[in-house]
Design a protein around this ligand. Structure first.
Ligand code: PMP
Length: 394
């Protein structure tokens, strides 16, 4: 045998072809990607600055403006997941030493607080129980007390299954000269949301939930107020070059400058898929999508309760239509239930996250997965699991 210059041999495991299992993705995300979106993502790769690509980005921008119900010019998709968009929002809106207030009724407010802390912001949080939400009075009082430059709120709390009311909160923030940042990763397309009417200054989402695109791109939009207050008045540059909105705005053609300057190589195939997913949402119509998610969720709630299980969110109006939290059945080990269902029904539902760990099962029915047929599958799987999983071991 000829002597080789490499000491690490080619891995044996890579000789096998990988075939992804076919699964019902009924957890809190990612959701199933329909063939039409998969096919779009499989189109040949072109350059990230080619004219066709810039046109696709312009289409994506229009699609996000529709999904968010905003006319904001600064509307783009960041190359990354929901967390990337969260950091993009916080890094561009806050400078070290400034105050941030986060509303914590689940894990996302905790994560936002941690991100803001990492860039040296002074962070305060208002906290309520998992499954609960805040009144406008509570938010008003906290803003008056802490005087932050940014207030973070999660619209669709996927860890607890709560959809937070948004009406009026934008005005309260602006009265306190504070920017209103909202996470709609788990709710966009699945629950009513009007960025401009509701006075939201920064809004971001993700591709892998209601949009049914693969994970890895994240819609985000910034209001003019944000730009006047922050981007043009910063004393320091944002800590991240990659997420600096002045650069991203140029790459996305939002800054009015004639020349596009290379910033990073966009995930070309992921943008094809995102464009297709936004096209499907536009075809179906936002209001139809909201209504379907609500009806399907109510059908699921009814089925769950008829089985003798309890819903985690007591207030009916606060139940998130995309992700339903079910009180973990007493006497069972929730992990056994989710693994049983995965193994025997080829179907993903999940346990809790952050403050809801051990307390709930989570069922996500998003985009194309939001149908009564999916609900029937979930209920059948749950019924079966309750019959065959061990009782009273915990
Ligand atoms: N916010 C919410 C409400 C979410 O549900 C998620 C994803 N579970 C995220 C943020 C983070 O998104 P990603 O996992 O894509 O980073």
């Amino acid at each position: 045998l000829a002597m080789s210059s490499v000491s690490v041999p080619p891995p044996k495991c890579l000789q096998k072809t990988f075939v992804a299992p076919r699964r019902h993705m009924f957890g809190p995300g990612p959701s199933n990607v329909p063939p039409r979106i998969l096919a779009a993502g499989a189109e040949p790769v072109i350059g990230h600055m080619h004219p066709e690509m810039l046109e696709i980005m312009s289409d994506i921008k229009s699609g996000i403006q529709y999904a968010f119900q905003t006319e904001n010019n600064m509307t783009i998709a960041v190359s990354g997941t929901g967390h990337t968009a969260m950091e993009c929002a916080i890094f561009n809106a806050v400078e070290p030493g400034e105050g941030v207030l986060t509303a914590v009724n689940g894990i996302w407010g905790e994560r936002a607080a941690e991100m803001a802390e990492r860039i040296g912001a002074k962070v305060n949080s208002i906290v309520t129980t998992a499954g609960g939400y805040f009144t406008s009075e509570e938010i008003d009082q906290a803003l008056a007390k802490h005087k932050p430059v940014l207030f973070f709120l999660t619209h669709g709390e996927s860890s607890t299954g709560v959809v937070h009311p948004l009406d009026g909160i934008g005005d309260i923030c602006h009265k306190h000269n504070c920017l209103f940042l909202v996470d709609c990763v788990a709710s966009m397309g699945g629950a009513p949301l009007y960025m401009d009417k509701q006075g939201i200054d920064i809004l971001y989402s993700g591709s892998q939930k209601v949009l049914n695109a693969p994970p890895g791109t994240a819609p985000i939009s910034f209001s003019e107020r944000h730009f006047l207050m922050k981007v043009f008045n910063r004393k320091t540059k944002p800590v991240s070059f990659f997420l600096d909105m002045t650069w991203l705005a140029n790459y996305w053609g939002c800054d009015g400058k004639p020349a596009r300057i290379y910033h990073h190589t966009a995930p070309v195939s992921a943008f094809y898929a995102l464009r297709e997913s936004l096209a499907i949402l536009a075809e179906q119509g936002l209001e139809n999508s909201w209504q379907r998610h609500r009806e399907v969720a109510e059908y699921l709630h009814e089925g769950v309760e008829n089985m003798g299980l309890k819903l985690f969110v007591k207030d009916k109006n606060a139940r998130l239509p995309t992700v339903t939290t079910i009180v973990a059945p007493p006497g069972y080990d929730w992990k056994e239930i989710t693994s049983y269902i995965m193994k025997n029904h080829n179907l993903e539902i999940s346990g809790g996250l952050g403050p809801s760990v051990g307390q709930v099962l989570r069922v996500g029915l998003m985009g194309g997965n939001s149908s009564k047929a999916s609900v029937d599958m979930v209920l059948e799987a749950l019924r079966d699991a309750l019959r065959y999983c061990h009782k009273s071991k915990v």
